[in-house]
Write a new protein. Structure first.
Length: 311
């Protein structure tokens, strides 16, 4: 299947990077190369970009899309949480801009055998990196009821999390839950019909929660933000597109902490903790998709872009 993916908030992100023709840039979630392509178009002879992705299909698609830019582009198969070490391996200590487009790609959702979609019947997989051994099947069949409840409640924000976890445990006691269709039906039976009619597909939140847990998406984001800010040159920018309220909360909190890290009590006349600001938040409020984008790209509905500039 051809790797198809519409880059969300593309123009806003490229503008937000404030690209220097001779700068060094990183796309930490390369995908099909949509954002990276627009960065490359604005680079001069000395400019370059490093693209990072853990999905083999994304690497293949982006390599083809960016091949005309030659040595300006370096592509690495890895998770963006390893960005600092991978850049150091390439002899890069500082960069002028980083972009992250979080969440699952259109290609991953539309490729049934990847197991991300509740709309197609396929083995329960959901791995962003297929080299990883653990799959969604392991979570569904091996997690305790309490842990399933925690995952669905915290990452799916589903008010029926307790009932869904209970139904999953009851179903797997009869036989292992193997496919997306089986899981979807279990979830459907856990939610009153009157609520199903109001809030879209009943499995949406649980599938999202399991995917986030499996790929450690929130942990990876939380643990990587400070390092990425430290990688920026003065004036360098970090642009992050989120699709989940918990992701956005993590980014917002990290940006605030790096803008104002002082831990002194508010009534102190001067700062004595010695912690210095690393820069400023460019987006006091997140940038949202335009009405025009929402019309042609439904994936952009929950997208938010936040930008931080290193001082």
């Amino acid at each position: 299947m051809e790797f198809k993916h519409k880059s969300v908030l593309l123009n806003e992100t490229i503008d937000g990077l404030n690209i220097k023709p001779d700068g060094i840039y990183v796309d930490g979630t390369l995908g099909g190369g949509g954002h990276a392509y627009e960065v490359c178009r604005r680079l001069g002879e000395k400019g370059s970009i490093v693209g990072i992705d853990q999905d083999a299909a994304a690497i293949e698609a982006a390599s083809a899309r960016l091949k005309d830019f030659g040595e300006k582009v370096t592509i690495v198969r890895s998770n963006y949480c390893d960005m600092k070490s991978k850049l150091h391996e390439l002899g890069i200590d500082k960069v002028d801009g980083i972009v992250l487009d979080l969440g699952v790609s259109s290609y991953q959702l539309d490729t049934a055998e990847r197991g991300f979609s509740y709309r197609e019947d396929a083995p329960l997989d959901m791995r962003m990196d297929t080299r990883q051994k653990m799959t969604a099947r392991d979570i569904v069949n091996d997690y305790t009821e309490a842990d399933l409840y925690r995952v669905i409640r915290d990452y799916g924000e589903d008010k029926f999390a307790k009932n869904i976890a209970k139904h999953i445990v009851q179903a797997r006691a009869m036989k292992p839950v193997e496919t997306t269709a089986e899981l979807s039906e279990i979830i459907r039976a856990s939610i009153p019909m009157k609520f199903q009619k109001k809030s879209g597909h009943p499995a949406k939140r649980t599938f999202q929660a399991i995917r986030i847990e499996l790929n450690r998406e929130l942990d990876v984001l939380r643990d990587s933000l400070d390092d990425m800010i430290d990688l920026l040159n003065p004036g360098g920018r970090l642009c992050i597109i989120t699709f989940h309220s918990l992701e956005d909360r993590i980014v917002k909190s990290a940006f605030r902490k790096n803008e104002n890290p002082c831990t002194c009590p508010p009534d102190f006349p001067v700062c004595v903790c010695g912690k210095k600001s690393k820069g400023s938040i460019i987006t006091k409020k997140p940038i949202l998709p335009s009405e025009e984008e929402l019309e042609y790209n439904s994936r952009s509905k929950s997208a938010k872009l936040r930008i931080f500039e290193h001082c």
